[in-house]
Design a protein around this ligand. Structure first.
Ligand code: FES
Length: 245
């Protein structure tokens, strides 16, 4: 089986799933506004099955879960300070969308797709080039001057930097738009993922990595919705090698 044939079938299934699950918001009716897609809700749970609450997250530690599909990784973070209460962001082709800010008792809990908006680098069981950096990292800022900043999501593939406190907006590097944001509900009893805001890049992801994802998750599984619950784990328990740069 070739990668091409496998990924094409996966993509077609993905399109069918997305068509079934995605609920068009009023904003979808306008081409100038980026999609804000509601997906079937999934309860965030620890490996022992207990509910993940904002309070149960260790601040500044990176966690991984899968949403809205079984093979699409996301980051879950409790930042050291409240995230923005929400803001308008720009996706591809200048389309705007709304990010609704952090949730939890201190509004510091955020979740984003862990698939880089540039060339789709993402955490896998063997290696991750992208991740949250609580310690200061260097990057090229305005005027090509080197700057240092802590509390960013950094992709070491081509050095894109995202700000998780500002909707994962692009701080530096070649990423063309922010990481897609995962809409979270926090009803007190625990966190629930329920939507994707921005540019989810899932079609490109399945097309490019479908062959490998089929091996890791099963050919009939990787493009399926994650289901009613999705397991959250610390990234170091999910991936063997976290690349720093
Ligand atoms: S894939 Fe992340 S910067 Fe290129």
């Amino acid at each position: 089986m070739t990668e091409r044939s496998c990924s094409r079938r996966g993509f077609m299934r993905f399109c069918g799933s997305a068509a079934t699950l995605a609920t068009a918001s009023p904003s979808n009716a306008q081409a100038a506004v980026a999609p804000e897609q509601a997906y079937a809700p999934a309860t965030l749970v620890w490996p022992d099955g207990s509910r993940v609450t904002g309070d149960s997250l260790e601040p500044e530690r990176e966690f991984v879960f899968f949403y809205p599909y079984r093979s699409t990784p996301c980051f879950l973070l409790r930042l050291s300070a409240p995230a923005s209460a929400g803001m308008a962001l720009t996706g591809s082709a200048g389309r705007t969308y709304r990010w609704y800010g952090g949730v939890g008792p201190d509004r510091a809990v955020v979740a984003y797709s862990a698939i880089c908006a540039h060339k789709l680098s993402h955490p896998s069981p063997s290696v991750s080039f992208i991740g949250y950096r609580p310690q200061p990292v260097g990057y090229l800022g305005e005027g090509n001057r080197v700057q240092r900043r802590a509390g960013v999501i950094q992709c070491c593939s081509e050095h894109s930097i995202y700000d998780p406190a500002q909707g994962a907006s692009v701080v530096s590097g070649p990423a063309p738009y922010p990481l897609a944001a995962i809409g979270l509900d926090d009803k007190g009893a625990g966190l629930i993922a329920r939507a994707v805001h921005g540019e989810p890049v899932f079609d490109r992801f399945f097309e490019r990595f479908g062959f490998r994802l089929a091996l890791e998750f099963g050919e009939d599984q990787f493009h399926q919705p994650v289901g009613e619950a999705t397991v959250v784990q610390a990234t170091e328990q999910f991936t063997r090698q976290r690349i720093q740069c």
